[in-house]
Design a protein around this ligand. Sequence first.
Ligand SMILES: [Zn+2]
Ligand SMILES: [Zn+2]
Length: 348
Amino acid sequence: METVKAYGASSATSDLEMMHIDRRDLTGNDVQIDILYCGVCHSDIHTARSEWGPASYPVVPGHEIVGKVIATGPGVTAFKEGDLVGVGCMVDSCRECSACREGLEQYCENGAVMTYGGKDKHLGGHTFGGYSQNIVVDEAFVVRVPENLDIARVAPLLCAGITTWSPLRHWNVKKGDKVGVIGLGGLGHMGIKLAHALGAYVVMITRSMDKAEDAKALGADEVLLSTDEKAMQKHANSFDFLMNTIPVGHDLNPYISLMKRDTTMAIVGAIEPLKSVHGGMLVSKRKNIAGSMIGGIEETQEMLDFCGEHNILPDVEMIDMQNINEAWERVVRADVKYRFVIDMKSLQ
Ligand SMILES: [Zn+2]
Ligand SMILES: [Zn+2]
């Protein structure tokens, strides 16, 4: 066992502070990763503050991890020392259920082991995430980072990237489709970039006009102000797919009116009650409302490879580990373009 430095919260109301955690000795298929960068996801904050139910403390968050392999177990075949790798939201799953067999580990029927706050099968207790010097992960849950990408910006692809990539792929978004991305934050900005790279005609749907210029720079072809009733009417029944990244409960009905017959709106942001939906709006044109959560390991690799090919990267603001509490306050205020990444050298 190795003791490493980490940043964690010891209660729902405490700031993150430096602490020490244990990493297990490498078993046969384990890879040990020296963490170079870790993205800051809003889930980190919700979890640490027990906003999604009581957390086990200390919480050491971080599930957008990029680093270098520093050691491998004797059974490891996919990675070697020095490889540039990533770890996202999961570090294990049952690998036997129908979801796991289909490469949908995120929907594991026995519950995937989340990167932090999951049940640690090896050491007991719960798992600790990427706000730490290194991590030990089974190679089946490690992905390869394309060497041509600027590694300082890759980390948010491991959660924000795959969360928006998976629905685009599942609902088969293709060249020429009219895709609406609702909400411009960490998820929305990746949704625009990825849908654009897939050849879609991308419309950023937002309530605030000051996001319009940004959205266009990110790859949106058009901006639709959801508060402008006339504009909303002009776009009625015209979208092939909607990706809804709004992180809180809200009224879906205005967005449903934008959808073509037989199309889908995928909810990827809100995991709380949504306001009631008018059934007639769904029934009259066979419209679908669906949800989607991150993506499987194989799909995460596919997304990274696609980003490598098209040189797609999140827009990030780099911080030191010591500035994390301030950064979290800014995430809560949605005052970041569009993702914080922690330079983990600051924790040496
Ligand atoms: Zn996340
Ligand atoms: Zn499973």
